[in-house]
Design a protein around this ligand. Structure first.
Ligand SMILES: Cc1cc2nc3c(=O)[nH]c(=O)nc-3n(C[C@H](O)[C@H](O)[C@H](O)COP(=O)(O)OP(=O)(O)OC[C@H]3O[C@@H](n4cnc5c(N)ncnc54)[C@H](O)[C@@H]3O)c2cc1C
Length: 394
């Protein structure tokens, strides 16, 4: 692709196209509007209705959402998290910590609720559904973007927020597939709050090569996730997701079985856990990437979506500050690289340890979790949560 044509002078009316209407794309559209731009979002899906699954928005993301005027609504729909507890599959608690920040809350909510809050804050006419991006070319100082069955669109600046299997990334950087990390994650939401669950507490339960997480997602609902190392036996088993999970998590402490049983099988989502090695090269000329399209992150820290939200704020600030969009994008990429690489790396490591399956590995993990002082955990969490995408140096 020819990226040499960077001569376009920036203008507030420049046409900014965003590919992808997920958390990253919609938040970027909002952040750009905050600075007076009028971006257009092109989304492949005919409708934007996120199914299943909860998503945690930690203070680093909630801070951005509050600044963009949607944070209060997000909090209204969410469950607040004030404590995290780690425990053994038999129920014994390893450790517990209070979250370090109270000024900006940590929350978890249904993904559909997050998406509708973001969508409601954007003009309907700026969201173009049913636009499946296939390729782009730089021509005559503009960028032509092509879709499977819609007319091409010309824009001046192109932002890829098209997720883990990004087409724009494939075209600009490489066609390498994401790296599978050897385990699967299921997630769901149940309407039933179990007796015995402490309020405002996220719990992570550890077994050998398996974990189960539980947390409040607002309106009395519970969001949960489960992970298991790849095993031929359950991979090949022709049963429902619910039956697979009930078998895998048989004999785990309460309320694991109760929560799985209370979630209809069709509402259970399953993903193979993947990410990509970090790269410093994120874009070309007046094109860049954000969120999972450039730094997909394993779900272990619940930070993938939060990183996309942070990207959105930094990218919008850079475009507002720099006259030349290509320079703005390079400044944005430089600002975001080390943080996203560090968080993706920590998330991968935490997941690898969390999935240790041998008896010795599981025992060592339990010991490590038990002896980490609360002050250390809180310091580590503070490093992640205190990041302010609106004030970080760009
Ligand atoms: C099990 C699991 C649990 C997670 N939990 C959390 C959590 O608690 N907190 C958190 O912050 N993150 C979490 N994440 C990560 C989070 O889901 C992602 O990081 C986040 O969704 C990334 O947002 P995005 O907008 O970059 O990509 P996506 O959400 O993937 O959105 C991409 C959008 O682009 C569209 N698109 C794709 N291709 C095209 C195309 N060719 N043309 C047009 N549109 C296209 C897609 O339809 C989609 O709407 C979790 C992930 C998993 C798998």
């Amino acid at each position: 692709m020819d990226a040499s044509d960077n001569t376009l002078r920036y203008d507030i009316n420049v046409k900014i196209a965003i590919i992808g209407g997920g958390i990253g794309g919609l938040t970027t559209a909002l952040a750009l509007r905050h600075f007076g731009f009028e971006p257009e979002v092109f989304e492949q899906a005919p409708e934007l209705l996120e199914v299943g699954g909860a998503i945690a928005m930690w203070p680093n993301a909630v801070r951005v959402l509050l600044k963009l005027g949607v944070g209060e609504k997000v909090i209204e729909h969410a469950g607040v998290i004030e404590h995290i507890r780690w425990q053994h599959r038999a129920g014994k608690s390893f450790n517990q910590t209070r979250l370090p920040t109270k000024a900006v809350p940590a929350v978890a909510l249904h993904r559909a609720d997050l998406q509708s809050v973001l969508l409601d804050a954007l003009p309907g006419e700026s969201i173009h559904l049913g636009h499946d991006f296939t390729s782009c070319q730089q021509e005559h100082g503009a960028i032509r973007i092509n879709f499977t069955s819609q007319s091409p669109v010309r824009c001046d600046v192109l932002i890829g927020a098209d997720g883990l299997h990004s087409q724009l990334r494939d075209q600009m950087l490489d066609g390498d597939p994401p790296s599978y990390r050897g385990y699967t994650v299921w997630r769901g939401i149940t309407g039933r709050w179990s007796k015995g669950l402490e309020p405002a507490t996220a719990i992570e339960i550890h077994g050998r090569g398996q974990r189960f997480g539980i947390g409040p997602v607002g309106n009395g609902r519970i969001g949960w996730w489960a992970s298991a190392n790849e095993k031929d036996a359950w991979e090949r088993a022709a049963t429902t997701e619910q039956q697979t999970l009930l078998k895998l998590f048989d004999e785990w402490c309460a309320p694991v079985g109760e929560i799985i049983s209370a979630t209809p099988t069709e509402a259970i989502l399953r993903n193979k856990v993947s990410d990509r090695a970090s790269t410093q090269s994120w874009g070309l000329g007046r094109m860049t990437l954000l969120g999972d399209s450039i730094h997909p992150t394993t779900p272990n820290l619940g930070q993938g979506g939060c990183m996309a939200v942070e990207d959105a704020a930094v990218l919008a600030r850079c475009l507002a500050k720099e006259k030349d969009p290509a320079q703005a994008f390079r400044a944005y990429e430089k600002c975001r690289y080390s943080r996203t690489a560090a968080i993706a790396g920590c998330s991968r490591l935490y997941g690898n340890i969390g999935q240790w399956e041998s008896q010795l590995g599981a025992w060592s993990r339990g010991v490590m979790l038990s002896i980490v002082p609360g002050t250390v955990t809180r310091q580590l969490l503070k490093l992640i949560f205190d990041y302010d995408a609106f004030t970080v140096r760009i």
